[in-house]
Design a protein around this ligand. Structure first.
Ligand code: ATP
Ligand code: FE
Length: 368
């Protein structure tokens, strides 16, 4: 079995060819990060234009690198949900033309399902396992019971942690920091935080009393915003200049973020173990998404998994962020399971918003 995977849900145009055993035969990616850094965020119409300009070349590059002839493909798998409407549209219409030309089956992919299953391309991880996805656009905790069988235990009620870190980094003007000018906001916070004292500011983790596994980051963002405004007054500097206390602020926000994420994850592990949803002896927690590359947050999660006798697994950074490999692999998983393979693509649409799996409140009738 050979699957071509295509990803355009956000700001990366990516494609890859993967075989049944998880060998990556060819891959290509075009990142729009540099363009969007200049505008301070993604402008959907710009992202759409860049996907249009690059998709043909990227798919061609992945196919050429794989030395696979398109006629040998078993199927084409493409992200159709969730994501930016204009971006998803480019990948979907390109893919529909392609499967029509090649007369191949089409496998529509849920972007978060693909992130969650990526680990199985690398390690032997059996269902069920727990997954924590933390990125700029997403934040969720789910029990993965099978390919396309997810129990959603918790999600962010507002923004994602990467989004919050990006906003704080922008507010701290870290882009002007000589060592951080090309880093994402989250990475810049991690870098600067190494020079700071996390206890210099006492910021409480959000939702300490909430009896569920949900997350919240916008309150934290506003607290940090107020601290920055106050420090700007104290230090007598203008908005846009770097504060002397920037490192302490970065360390404190990173620490509070790590505590919050670790505590919600701890709850989820205990809940699943108590209800025998996870094996008591060899439970696995998979952590992925751009924020998962933060070593301080990883350390906090290690403490949780050690205390609960879980195994912590993270895909390497290049597979934690958006890529074509995970989409192709999700296609392989679906082919093997025999689910969601379309021979007729009539009526297939992209869906900008689409929760992953069944919500815990629907299934258990109460919050976790
Ligand atoms: P999606 O949510 O659809 O996956 P995305 O582009 O936001 O989209 P990623 O590329 O997985 O997701 O992650 C980017 C996010 O990860 C950004 O918000 C960035 O600030 C954050 N990030 C990257 N490196 C680090 C780090 N070392 N520490 C904390 N956050 C980081
Ligand atoms: Fe993603």
């Amino acid at each position: 079995k050979l699957v071509l995977g295509i990803e355009t849900s956000c700001d990366d145009t990516a494609a890859a060819v993967v075989d049944e055993t998880g060998n990556v035969l060819g891959e290509a990616i075009h990142s729009q990060t540099e363009v969007h850094l200049k505008t301070g965020g993604i402008v959907p119409s710009v992202a759409q234009q860049l996907h249009r300009e690059n998709i043909q070349r990227i798919v061609q590059e992945a196919l050429s690198a794989s030395k696979v002839c398109p006629s040998e493909l078993s199927a084409v798998a493409t992200t159709v949900k969730p994501g930016l409407a204009l971006s998803l549209g480019v990948g979907l219409s390109f893919s529909l033309h392609l499967v029509d030309q090649l007369k191949k089956p089409f496998i529509p992919i849920h972007h978060m399902e693909a992130h969650a299953l990526t680990i199985r391309l690398l390690n032997k991880v059996d269902f069920p396992f727990l997954v924590l996805l933390i990125s700029g656009g997403h934040c969720l905790l789910a029990l993965v019971r099978g390919v396309s069988d997810f129990l959603l235990l918790g999600k962010s009620l507002d923004i994602a942690p990467g989004d919050m870190l990006d906003k704080v980094a922008r507010r701290l003007s870290l882009i002007k920091h000589p060592e951080c000018s090309t880093m994402s906001g989250g990475k810049a916070i991690e870098h600067v935080a190494r020079q700071g004292n996390k206890l210099h500011f006492d910021i409480k983790p959000p939702m300490q009393r909430a009896k569920n596994c949900d997350f919240s980051f916008s309150g934290l963002q506003h607290v940090v915003d107020r601290i920055i405004t106050q420090k700007e007054k104290e230090e007598g500097i203008q908005k846009g200049e770097i504060l002397a206390s920037a490192a302490h602020i970065a360390a404190a926000v990173q620490h509070t973020t790590a505590c919050h994420i670790a505590k919600r994850t701890h709850r989820a592990i205990l809940f699943c173990k108590q209800r025998r949803l996870l094996s008591p002896s060899n439970a696995v927690l998979v952590v992925s998404g751009g924020v998962a590359s933060n070593l301080y947050i990883r350390k906090a999660l290690e403490i949780v998994t050690n205390a609960t006798e879980c195994t912590l697994l993270c895909p390497p950074p290049r597979l934690c962020t958006d890529n074509g490999i995970m989409i192709a692999w999700n296609g392989i998983e679906r082919l093997r399971a025999g689910v969601g393979i379309l021979h007729n693509t009539e009526g297939i649409r992209y869906e900008p918003k689409c929760p992953l799996g069944v919500d815990i409140s629907e299934e258990v009738g109460e919050a976790a």
